[in-house]
Design a protein around this ligand. Structure first.
Ligand code: UDP
Length: 291
């Protein structure tokens, strides 16, 4: 197994436990540049991209480049090696959706020139070029549309709602609801996502497949659950920090994944948070932010 990352948002701490493993290699490389690798490859899983709204607002050009040029280079490598290719796409291809929940057949409601356009359109282009490599170069391609996912090893300060809320709760601070907190998200635990991706990779499905947990919560409900699980008494506070085009609702229709892959999520939000909170607690302790 070879992992490749330019580490602009990632860190090798996340793979420290694999260091020295005889079947694991890490290469620090920017996938938007030409990739040369010796030997055979069975499969390429292209996950490279900033994915948190604050990251892609700070790194808009890199986000567009990795979705476009990076996907092109990774597909070129797959073609060269005769390897299967899986693209990590996103529920953001649906934008601020006007169909709810979102099936794969929905074309989306994306503002190309809004602040989130750099991510959404990069991923939409990535899907288009992946399909073109399948149609014209006969590369075996797969596209997973990933909905909000959380779990241990998320970056503490990546700005997304899960790390923000858990860290605020552990510090005993009020949780920051952007807007009125009535917008919804559907959160899946990382192990469910990994199982879904594994099944999709080994399936014959070329068209995009949603992988997410249909359990939908308002951000306010989510905040209350985090406060309850952590035992935080500080409640919530509202902040006028919603970015333009922040989707009002999001929930996957997973009929396709259930039917084709025999997959569905098995970890509830409460169970997943019970796995995730201790990890953030030790992270904050390591940084000396809590005792
Ligand atoms: N959000 C919030 N407080 C925070 C961080 C995020 O209320 O401290 C909201 C944000 O406005 C959005 C939702 O939570 O409506 C999910 O945001 P996130 O950045 O996790 O990812 P998104 O699903 O928007 O890509």
């Amino acid at each position: 197994m070879i992992a490749m990352d330019n580490l602009i948002t990632g860190t090798t701490d996340n793979i420290a436990h694999l260091a020295g493993h005889e079947r694991f290699t890490f290469i620090k490389h920017d996938v938007t540049n030409y990739i040369y690798l010796e030997g055979a490859l069975d499969a390429i899983l292209h996950f490279a991209s900033p994915a948190s709204p604050i990251d892609y607002l700070e790194l808009p050009i890199q986000t567009l480049k990795v979705g476009a040029l990076g996907t092109h280079k990774a597909l070129g490598l797959a073609k060269e090696k005769g390897a299967r290719f899986l693209l990590a796409s996103t529920s953001e291809v649906y934008g601020d959706p006007q169909v709810h929940p979102q099936p794969e057949s929905y074309y989306g409601h994306v503002n190309p020139v809004g602040p989130r356009g750099v991510y959404d359109e990069a991923k939409r282009f990535a899907e288009a070029i992946t399909m073109a490599y399948h149609t014209y170069h006969h590369v075996e391609t797969r596209i997973v549309r990933i909905f909000n996912t959380y779990g241990p090893r998320m970056r503490l300060r990546d700005g997304r709602v899960v790390p923000n809320f858990i860290a605020q709760a552990l510090r005993g601070e009020p949780l920051t609801l952007y807007g009125d907190g009535m917008q919804t998200r559907s959160f899946q635990y990382v192990s469910d996502l990994v199982e879904g991706i594994y099944r999709l990779l080994h399936s014959n499905e070329v068209e995009p497949v949603n992988i997410g947990n249909p359990g939908e919560f308002t951000i306010k409900e989510f905040a209350e659950l985090v406060n309850q699980l952590v035992g935080n008494q500080a409640g919530t506070v509202t902040r006028d920090l919603r970015t333009k085009d922040d989707p009002q609702v999001r929930q996957p229709d997973i009929t396709k994944a259930r039917t084709i892959l025999g997959w569905q999520p098995t970890v509830s939000l409460r169970e997943g948070l019970e796995q995730t909170i201790p990890w953030f607690r030790s992270e904050l302790q390591r940084l000396g932010e809590i005792s």
